[in-house]
Design a protein around this ligand. Structure first.
Ligand SMILES: *Cc1c(COP(=O)(O)O)cnc(C)c1O
Length: 423
C-alpha cells in the first residue's frame, strides 16, 4: 500500500472535508524553499507551510542545534524547574521586542499563546477586584481554533457550529481615515467594561490577507492606553520578519501590553507558543493570596527541544544575510505588484512586507467563486508551486531563503493563470 492509501485509512486532516477533498500530496523531504514528494516531484513552498517556515526546510543549523539538545535534555517539568534553553530564549526574545515587554510565558502553539494572553488580561482586572470582562476584537479576526481564541475571532462558517457557546465579544471594523474617530468613541463608551483589545497587527491573515495602515493601529493602541484598556498584539503570523520589520509592532510607536508568538518562532520546525507581557501585567498576579496565581500550563510548557529550535532560528533570523533576503523579497513583490495591479481580473493587489496578496474579481458569480479556489490551487500545484488560496485571494509568503529565480517563476505562473483561468 502506498502512503496516500495508508493515509486514507487512518488520518483525519485539518480543515478538510474528508468526503470530497483531493488526495493529499505525500511529502518525504524538504530542503530550502522546496518540498519533495514521494515520486520525486519538487514543489516550491510559496506559503511557508502554513506561514510557519521562515528559513527554509530542514535547515542544517536548526537540525544540528535540535540534535544536540535531544542528547542533552529532551524535556523537564517547567513548574518548580527551569532549564538553560528556556531562559536563554526568553532573554534573547525580550532583547528584540519593544522595551516594555518583560516576562515570557511558554505554551504550545498560536492558539494557546492567545488563550494565555486572554486569561492574563481577564485575571489582571479580576485580581484587582474590577469587573472588566469584555474583549474588543476586529471583525474577521483570526486568533486560533481553541474556544477562547475562537471566541475572539470573527464569526464565520468556521465557527458556526459553536457560535452559541462562544463568549460575547465587541467587534469593530478595521480602522481607516473615515471610521477612526467613531471607533475611538466606541472604545471610550465601553471602557469601564473592556478588559482588553486583541488584534492582528497590519494584516489579517486568515481573513484573506486584509491589510490596514499602521498609523490607525497606532491611534487605536494609543487610545486604548489612554482609556486603560490592555492591548494584545497577536504576532503569531506577523512576527519574525513577515511584515518586512522584525515584528509588525515595529511599524508603530505605541507598545502593546501583551504579545503572542508562534508560527515563525521555531523557524517552522516545531510547535511552540510564547506570550510576553509588561511588568505591570505580571505584577498584578504577585500576591500572598494563592488565588491570584495564573493557573495555566501545559505538559510540554517550554519544551527544551522546541526552545532550542527557536534559539537556532533566532541565530539565523538576526544574520545580515536574512535581513537582506527579507528586503529582497519585499522589493521583488513590490515590482510584481506594480505590474499586475491594473490587471482587469484582479480586484485588489496588496502587500505588507514579504506578504503579497491578489484578490481575484469574481463578479457576482458566487458558484464560480467557490470552485475558483480549487481550480487555482490545482493549477499551481501542477506547476510545482504550493499556493493555498483563501477563497478568491491568492497570496505568496515564501521562506526568506527563496531565490529570485523561484519568485519570478511563481509570478510568471500567476500571470499565466490570469490569462488562462476564469473567462
Ligand atoms: C495561525 C494563527 C493563530 C493560531 O496559531 P496555531 O498555532 O495555528 O494555533 C493565532 N493567531 C494568528 C494571527 C494566526 O495567524
Amino acid at each position: 500500500m502506498d502512503l496516500v492509501e495508508r493515509d486514507k485509512k487512518v488520518i483525519w486532516h485539518p480543515y478538510t472535508q474528508m468526503k470530497t477533498a483531493a488526495l493529499p500530496v505525500p511529502i518525504v523531504k524538504g530542503e530550502g524553499a522546496y518540498l519533495f514528494a514521494e515520486d520525486g516531484t519538487r514543489y516550491i513552498d510559496a506559503v511557508s507551510s502554513w506561514w510557519t517556515n521562515i528559513h527554509g526546510h530542514a535547515h542544517p543549523h536548526i537540525a544540528q542545534k535540535v540534535a544536540e539538545q535531544l542528547k542533552q535534555l529532551e524535556h523537564v517539568i517547567f513548574a518548580g524547574f527551569t532549564h538553560p534553553t528556556a531562559v536563554e530564549l526568553a532573554e534573547r526574545l525580550l532583547a528584540i521586542l519593544p522595551g516594555n515587554q518583560q516576562k515570557v510565558f511558554y505554551s504550545d502553539n498560536g492558539s494557546t499563546a492567545v488563550e494565555v494572553a486572554i486569561k492574563m488580561c481577564l485575571q489582571y482586572w479580576h485580581n484587582q477586584g474590577q469587573q472588566r470582562t469584555k474583549i474588543l476584537a476586529f471583525n474577521n479576526a483570526y486568533h486560533g481554533d481553541t474556544f477562547g481564541a475562537m471566541a475572539v475571532s470573527g464569526r464565520s462558517a468556521f465557527t458556526a457550529a459553536f457560535d452559541s457557546l462562544l463568549f460575547e465579544v465587541e467587534f469593530i471594523d478595521l480602522p481607516d481615515a473615515e471610521n477612526i474617530q467613531s471607533l475611538k468613541s466606541r472604545i471610550s463608551n465601553l471602557k469601564s467594561q473592556l478588559a482588553c483589545f486583541i488584534f492582528e497587527p497590519l494584516v489579517q491573515g486568515s481573513a484573506g490577507m486584509l491589510m490596514y495602515e499602521a498609523r490607525y493601529l497606532n491611534e487605536l493602541m494609543a487610545h486604548c492606553k489612554a482609556e486603560g484598556v490592555l492591548t494584545i498584539d497577536d504576532e503569531v503570523f506577523t512576527g519574525f520578519g513577515r511584515t518586512g520589520k522584525p515584528f509588525a509592532c515595529n511599524h508603530v510607536t505605541e507598545q502593546p501590553d501583551i504579545m503572542c508568538f508562534s508560527k515563525g518562532l521555531t523557524g517552522g520546525t516545531m510547535a511552540l507558543g510564547i506570550t510576553t507581557c509588561t511588568q505591570t501585567v505580571f505584577d498584578a498576579f504577585l500576591s500572598d493570596d494563592k488565588l491570584k496565581t495564573l493557573f495555566h500550563g501545559h505538559s510540554f510548557t517550554a519544551n527544551p527541544i522546541a526552545c532550542s529550535a527557536a534559539l537556532a532560528s533566532m541565530d539565523i533570523f538576526l544574520k545580515d544575510a536574512t535581513i537582506q533576503n527579507i528586503n529582497r523579497i519585499v522589493e521583488q513583490h513590490a515590482e510584481f505588484a506594480y505590474r499586475v495591479k491594473v490587471h482587469p481580473k484582479l480586484k485588489s493587489v496588496r502587500q505588507t512586507g514579504t506578504i503579497l496578496a491578489m484578490e481575484w474579481d469574481t463578479g457576482s458569480n458566487t458558484s464560480y467563486f467557490s470552485s475558483l479556489r480549487d481550480t487555482l490551487y490545482q493549477y499551481f500545484l501542477k506547476a510545482g508551486i504550493i499556493l493555498r488560496p483563501l477563497g478568491n485571494v491568492i497570496y505568496i509568503l515564501p521562506p526568506y531563503c527563496i531565490s529570485n529565480e523561484d519568485l519570478h517563476y511563481i509570478y510568471g505562473k500567476i500571470e499565466e493563470a490570469l490569462i488562462e483561468i476564469g473567462d
